[in-house]
Design a protein around this ligand. Structure first.
Ligand code: PGA
Length: 251
């Protein structure tokens, strides 16, 4: 097993206009060029309209670029959607699929997520496949079963550590300021690692990110956990100092 590089991914969601996005991205790019944390990949996932602009700003800096969603098909009559080859052409190496906001707001099921991940892989992108239980599911003691079911349904056949990143994001922790407890994160990530072995090759090499109210104040203890290989950061990724502090917590 190779050492897993940590991945700190910023999910900007539907935030940012060009001027502020360029300032944020170039700030992070120049910090990374001056003194990047060792063994850590930094990834920005801006809204689709900003992918090109952010890509130009971060080019050559080492900051990686990703999309927030893609369609399962490479092209066609799908008004408002974006295809994986379009993201690849714009400079993306990654795309988030199955984020709980898409599962909830757009009723995306596990098979839809799997088809999107497969499309991402066909376009040469690494799919960041998101899973996570709701608060009601956790209260009923179903968290592990729900995540196991999501993994089984959302990881397309033929996946490997090279094509796949998993993000565990308990739905109730996203954007609420309440992150999961250290014990619960450790237990769930170990569970995911075991489950992954059933669905892809190289489970030990897959990066499993934690997401849900990650901030400078809790990043260090989350990122110190054995099976936490990075973070998917929403709100705190919009503030350069906070996102950078989270990246430095990996040291
Ligand atoms: P948050 O979002 O950090 O604002 O909780 C995380 C995510 O949804 O990816």
């Amino acid at each position: 097993m190779a050492e897993r590089r940590l991945l700190i991914a910023g999910n900007w969601k539907m935030n940012g206009l060009r001027s502020e996005a360029v300032v944020l991205a170039s700030d992070l790019a120049s910090r990374l060029q001056q003194s990047g944390p060792d063994g850590v990949d930094l990834l920005l996932c801006p809204p689709a309209t900003l992918v090109w602009a952010v890509g130009q700003v971060v080019e050559g800096s080492g900051v990686l670029l990703g999309g927030q969603d893609c369609h399962a098909e490479a092209k066609g009559a799908h008004t408002g959607d974006i295809a994986a080859p379009m993201l690849a052409e714009a400079g993306c190496g990654f795309v988030i699929v199955g984020h709980s906001e898409r599962r909830q707001n757009h009723r995306e099921s596990d098979p839809v997520v799997a088809a999107k991940a497969a499309a991402a892989n066909r376009a040469g992108l690494t799919a960041i496949i998101c899973v996570g239980e709701t608060e009601a599911e956790r209260d009923r003691g179903e968290a592990k079963a729900v995540v196991a079911r999501q993994l089984a349904g959302s990881i397309p056949p033929g996946s490997s550590a090279a094509t796949t990143v998993i993000a565990y994001e308990p739905v109730w922790a996203i954007g609420t300021g309440r992150s999961a407890s250290i014990g619960d994160v450790a237990e769930m990530h170990a569970h995911i690692r075991v489950e992954l072995d059933r669905h892809l090759t190289g489970a030990l090499d897959v990066r499993i990110l934690y997401g849900g109210s990650v901030k400078p104040g809790n990043a260090r203890e989350l990122l110190a956990l054995a099976d936490v290989d990075g973070a998917l950061v929403g709100g705190a990724s919009l503030v350069a100092d906070d996102f950078w502090a989270i990246a430095l917590s990996c040291r």
